[in-house]
Design a protein around this ligand. Structure first.
Ligand code: AMP
Ligand code: GLY
Length: 425
């Protein structure tokens, strides 16, 4: 099969590794891809992941047998619908189903209708109404979320009225996230360990993958600004088999069945962002796609053929699949540019990698995110999160020791990584 992955991060690199391991895959392309994917033998095509028209034209002309749409924006913009309409098989939800991530107001409404546990909330489309509401509150902090996609920056935890007011004005009046701030959700602040569960879905059946624990803050001890994710361990040490069973019953199945009953069956990878509160598990957010960097720790533990599973999801045959996982644990450590998630320099030489972009003599996998290949052999930084080092081991300690040893062998000016990934486990 000739397969195209849409996207360019280290999540896409992890998807590419798993897809290349399938005997079904005979040729792999990525749009736009990155330096590490190119060094791995993936043909990178310079089309932006959000250019739905150009991607549909390219996929049709090149007659792909499968297109895997990884990032949120092309899914929310309807790339899967556009491809399927032209007869190109695509893995991922339709535009309507992707609204589970694309609109927080929609996701909260769905959870309300289906009785799925989530934070108490109110949604607003007028800044004056939102401001009036927060002025009536007397418990802080509260959480303010832009309705639409905002590059992971659309959530503000406001400690007081001033912070809440300024968040609402920035989103709804100054439009810092564009149309994504036309609506906002104001919700109660909850606390507890967070768990990411990705699940394969075929519209009616759902198979959860191994759970994961992301580390969203930039610095050790969960300090500093929120990022796209600085590291992950899998499985999540807080997620017991009893909790998994409860989440299946109270959250996963009701979500999937509810969407099907409302005429928007979800096919693809559904990401449940959960918080384990004192009163039980709640949904903090849904994503309509594989998580980044969760995927870089979860897929290395997958024993079954990812392409077969993706085809089964698309064709409604998930129930036939026997999805197997390897024993043990995995960790992914993100090496970021100094300054990320704020401004950072690019074009800095990365030392320690071989010409395929991997660590010589190591069984770690180096997933590339913000890297660029120069002169076919050298890599330079090209983004905020530059590399993800992914390792597996018999237990969490083994996996973490491997990735931290690997981090000591790679360097670029200003390189930053957290020293405490998985410590809480
Ligand atoms: P999101 O972009 O929706 O994943 O939110 C980013 C982060 O904000 C989450 O991972 C949580 O740590 C935090 N968060 C979101 N909603 C809440 C909430 N209701 N209570 C506490 N923390 C929250
Ligand atoms: N790791 C969080 C996300 O993919 O949104």
């Amino acid at each position: 099969m000739k397969i195209l992955i849409v996207g360019s991060g280290s999540r896409e690199h992890a998807l590419a590794r798993a897809i290349m391991a399938s005997p079904l895959c005979s040729a792999l392309y990525c749009a736009p891809g990155n330096g590490g994917l190119a060094a791995d033998g993936v043909t990178c095509v310079p089309i932006k992941a959000s250019d739905v028209g150009a991607l549909s034209d390219f996929a049709t002309a090149a007659a792909f047998d499968l297109v895997v749409v990884a990032p949120d924006d092309p899914l929310v913009m309807g790339l899967v619908d556009a491809l399927e309409a032209r007869g190109i098989p695509a893995f991922g939800p339709t535009k309507k189903a992707a609204a589970i991530e694309g609109s927080k107001v929609f996701a909260k409404g769905l959870m309300g209708r289906l009785g799925i546990p989530t934070a108490q909330y109110k949604s607003f489309w007028e800044p004056s109404a939102a401001l009036h509401h927060i002025r009536s509150l007397n418990e802080w902090p509260i959480v303010i979320k832009a309705d639409g996609l905002a590059l992971g920056k659309g959530v503000v935890i406001a400690q007081n009225m001033d912070e809440a007011e300024s968040a609402i004005r920035l989103m709804m009046e100054d439009k810092v996230f564009g149309k994504s701030g036309d609506g906002v959700v104001v919700e109660e602040f909850l606390s507890g360990p967070e768990v990411s569960v990705l699940a394969f879905c075929d519209g009616t059946h759902l198979v959860p993958m191994i759970s994961a624990m992301d580390h969203k803050r930039a610095y050790d001890g969960n300090q500093g600004p929120n990022t796209g994710g600085m590291g992950v361990v899998a499985p999540n040490p807080h997620y017991t088999p009893e909790m998994a069973e409860r989440c299946m019953r109270e959250i996963f199945l009701p979500t999937l069945r509810g969407m099907a009953a409302e005429g928007i069956p979800f096919k693809g990878c559904l990401y449940f962002g959960l918080m384990l509160t004192a009163h039980g598990p709640v949904v903090i957010e849904y994503n309509c796609r594989f998580g980044d960097p969760e995927t870089q720790a979860v897929l290395p533990l997958l024993e079954s053929d990812l392409v077969e599973i993706m085809l089964a999801c698309r064709e409604g045959r998930l129930v036939e699949m026997d999805i197997r996982w390897k024993d043990g644990c995995a960790a992914c450590l993100v090496l970021s540019s100094g300054g990320y998630p704020g401004p950072y320099p690019i074009g800095l030489p990365i030392r320690g990698l071989d010409k395929t972009g991997q660590l010589p003599g190591s069984d770690l996998t180096v997933y590339h995110a913000g890297s660029k290949r120069e002169y076919e052999t050298d890599f330079v930084t090209a983004g905020g999160r530059v590399l993800g080092l992914s390792g597996t081991g018999g237990d969490l300690h083994d996996a973490l020791e491997k990735v931290y040893t690997g981090a000591g062998q790679i360097s670029f000016d200003g390189m930053h990584y957290r020293r405490d990934i998985g410590k809480d486990g």
